[in-house]
Design a protein around this ligand. Structure first.
Ligand code: BGC
Length: 747
């Protein structure tokens, strides 16, 4: 078996259906002449075009659109579909007779990934999704999306499986690095921008993994338990914001069950919430290995079975044809499934702008896009005595650990973008799924050296803490790089840095108080050495230009402006689940994950329980300072608008993220306060800017499941203008809101 091949579904070995793909015996209907292809009329709406195309189709052709194939050989038993792009995630055959192209699918949110790393596509990788979220910069998220969407198109793909917005409920979740943090407004908004950027290339993006797929351990069997109202105000709200703001062409349902029913046959989730309540017009594809039935899935709202080779059967092949023939699935339902795929193709420009492989990619320009994202996503967590930015004139700089001499770490699994120039540190276990462990060859040390021509810059791998400490003693500054590798299908076993890196940092910091820690982690980690270190930089998985980005922040070429999109706890005992549910060694047995915290996710949980985090949500320092004044509120057309002034009171140019939180005084929410808005502003020293933010009314309301409405309770609401979620010096005003009832979409 190919080493890079996915080994995700235990069911696979038993599963391989012997049936030929159902479209093998494709229609013999005659090609429709160009002039008669009414659906190619670009002046018609996507709905009309999809309707016309559907009318021209045979039953076999309709069935074509609902069955996806894996784009890579599946073990020794199944060869990839011959028309799929090599080592790709998926393929859905088109109908050439009608001029309708196939769908060529690629992962994911950080860029164009490759399934089998024997023959990888080398492409530009964005920093992790959490890093992009940490920029709080909508424009950068859009640019990153536009860049990876362009690479997808140039690589021959017209569907990107990108748009991951699962809420960070579980800091140990191995896929947090693909997502955008713990707050529904921040996550939904930032990923929406990325999706818009991707789709600006006439490539369909995919909102995923729908829904409450918030840990990897046991993901194929677990049952996420959460009540409807809590879900609508947390996980589902992030999806709802994304959908409204970016209108993705497709949605991927997830592996897990939700309240007892698999997500990909969950009528509540797919038919009621997504399609009916939210009016989603695109198609729902399953995750690879997440389809479990024909009739339940089709009637439950799934429109397309993806990578059927991962499932026990070709559920949406011959079995679906038969189910329609005998009436278990209606013809209207099959028509609607195909219609939804076609509509998305017309709507996103996939039909009018066909893709081709081999397009030119400007990797230098694209690496700069990724670098800009990484630079703004880096969070300066601590900077005692202004040890940063690094001073010119240092004579000896010691760099320790995490292979910082050659590259920056990437996360594992289907989202891994294989680096341009290859893996900087090959051979680290696991070398197969969800490995290989990959480092982008963007060396922090090289970039540091280039900025300190008068200094001796030496590297130590950190394997022997005593030796590292010895080297560190007497240096002008020590930079310890620490890392945490996780990936899809693999949660972090704990939030403690692995491989005794805590001991390494403690030993080095003891030997030299000028110790700066640079963290390359998926998400939050514990920091028992926090007091001993002089400065801490959260650099996440930093992507193709990561080494340069880190060095530019360290030297002050870039003033850090990242803010945490997630709370960093002091210890795991502070979490709603001090211990992760499930057993990574036995993933076959079904179990429940009881999301008893409801909508009180992240900082909301910490507020509710009166817990003091290590670093709060929203935290991030700068090399300058900002002050706020003039917080005021008005209500226009029933909407709360907040305005204020931000001033750069320091000596260097910088970017700030003023954050607005709202806390009800009488009404009871899931937690004391919620993020209601923010802005990112760049200011020269002494400069001020006026900012105004309109609050989505859903963020002032509680969801009522019975009436499916959002209700704002009459009363006083405290508005806080803060630097982070735990800012004790936040400015505040109190506004009075009238009672209001809004529909399910906050209208
Ligand atoms: C992942 C999806 C991915 C798909 C195709 C699955 O394992 O969960 O995020 O898009 O594979 O590679």
């Amino acid at each position: 078996m190919n080493t890079g091949l996915k080994m995700r579904s235990l069911a696979i070995a038993l599963a391989l259906a012997t049936a030929l793909p159902s479209h093998a015996a494709e229609t013999e209907a005659a090609p429709v002449p160009l002039a008669a292809r009414t659906w190619m009329n670009t002046s018609l709406s996507a709905d009309k075009r999809a309707e016309l195309a559907l009318q021209a189709m045979t039953q076999q052709e309709k069935l074509t659109w609902v069955l996806g194939h894996f784009g890579t050989d599946f073990g020794t038993k199944t060869k990839k579909h011959p028309a799929a792009l090599p080592s790709s995630a998926g393929y859905v055959a088109g109908v050439p007779r009608l001029g309708l192209p196939a769908l060529f699918e690629t992962d994911a949110g950080l860029g164009v990934a490759t399934q089998a790393t024997k023959t990888p596509r080398e492409r530009t990788s964005l920093p992790s999704g959490l890093a992009t979220a940490a920029t709080w910069n909508r424009d950068l998220a859009w640019k990153g999306g536009a860049m990876i969407g362009a690479e997808a198109r140039a690589s021959g793909f017209n569907v990107m499986l990108a748009g991951g917005v699962n809420l960070l409920r579980e800091p140990r979740n191995g896929r947090n690095f693909e997502y955008a943090g713990e707050d529904p407004l921040l996550a939904g908004t930032m990923v929406a921008q990325q999706v818009k950027g991707i789709q600006s290339n006439n490539v369909i993006a995919t909102m995923k993994h729908f829904a409450v797929n918030d840990q990897e351990t046991g993901r194929f069997v677990l049952d996420s338990r959460i009540d409807d109202a809590s879900n609508r105000m947390s996980d589902l709200l992030a999806f709802q914001f994304l959908l409204e703001q970016a209108n993705p062409g497709s949605v991927m349902c997830s592996y897990n069950r939700l309240n007892g029913v698999y997500a990909c046959e969950n009528d509540y989730l797919l038919n009621q919430v997504l399609k009916k309540d939210w009016g989603f017009k695109g198609f729902v594809m399953s995750d690879w290995g997440a389809t479990h039935s024909t009739v339940e899935a089709a009637n439950g709202g799934l429109d397309q079975q993806s990578g059927w080779e991962f499932d026990k059967s070709q559920y949406f092949g011959g079995a679906l044809e038969e189910a329609v023939a005998n009436g278990h699935v209606s013809q209207a339902r099959l028509d609607n499934m195909a219609f939804r795929v076609l509509r998305a193709m017309f709507d996103k420009g996939v039909v009018d702008h066909p893709v081709a492989e081999g397009g030119a990619i400007d990797f230098v320009a694209h690496t700069l896009v990724s670098r800009a994202d990484a630079e703004e996503g880096i969070v300066l967590l601590k900077n005692a005595g202004n040890v940063l930015p690094l001073k010119a004139g240092a004579k000896k700089i010691v760099v320790i650990g995490a292979h910082a001499d050659v590259g920056v770490l990437a996360g594992g699994g289907s989202s891994l973008v294989y680096p341009i120039g290859g893996n900087a540190v090959p051979g680290i276990a696991p070398t197969s799924w969800p490995g290989p462990v990959v480092y982008h060859p963007s060396s922090p040390m090289k970039a540091i050296r280039a900025r300190a021509p008068g200094a001796t810059v030496v590297y130590n791998d950190g394997a022997d803490p005593a030796a590292a400490a010895k080297l560190a003693a007497g240096a002008d500054v020590v930079l310890v790089f620490a890392q945490q590798w996780v990936g899809e299908a693999l949660d972090a076993v704990s939030l403690t840095l692995p491989d005794q890196q805590d001991a390494l940092i403690a030993a080095v910091a003891k030997a030299n108080p000028k110790t700066v820690v640079v963290l390359e982690t998926a998400g939050p980690v514990l920091m028992p050495w926090v007091e001993q270190s002089a400065a801490i930089l959260q650099a996440w998985y930093a992507g193709s230009g990561g080494g340069e980005a880190i060095a530019r922040v360290l030297f002050g070429e870039v003033n850090p402006s990242g803010h945490l999109p997630t709370t960093f706890p002091v210890s795991e005992s502070q979490l709603p689940r001090p211990k992760l549910d499930g057993d990574p060694k036995n993933e076959a047995v079904r179990f429940d994950v009881n999301y008893h915290e409801g909508a009180a996710v992240g900082y909301k949980w910490f507020d509710l329980k009166g817990l003091k985090p290590l670093f709060p949500f929203g935290h991030g320092l700068s090399y300058t300072q900002f002050s706020y004044s003039g917080l005021a509120a008005d209500q226009k057309d029933g909407k709360l608008r907040l305005s204020f002034k931000v001033t750069n009171t320091g000596a260097v140019k910088g970017k700030d993220v003023p954050q607005l939180y709202v806390a009800p005084q009488g009404a009871r929410w899931e937690a004391p306060k919620r993020l209601a808005g923010w802005d990112k502003v760049e200011l020269a020293p002494g400069e001020s800017k006026d900012v105004s933010v309109t609050v989505d009314p859903r963020l002032l309301a509680m969801f009522n499941s019975r009436s499916k409405t959002w209700r704002i309770a009459k009363g006083g609401y405290k508005v806080l203008l803060a630097h982070d979620a735990a800012d004790a010096k936040a400015a505040s005003i109190t506004v009075q809101l009238p009672a209001r009832t809004l529909d399910v979409n906050g209208k």
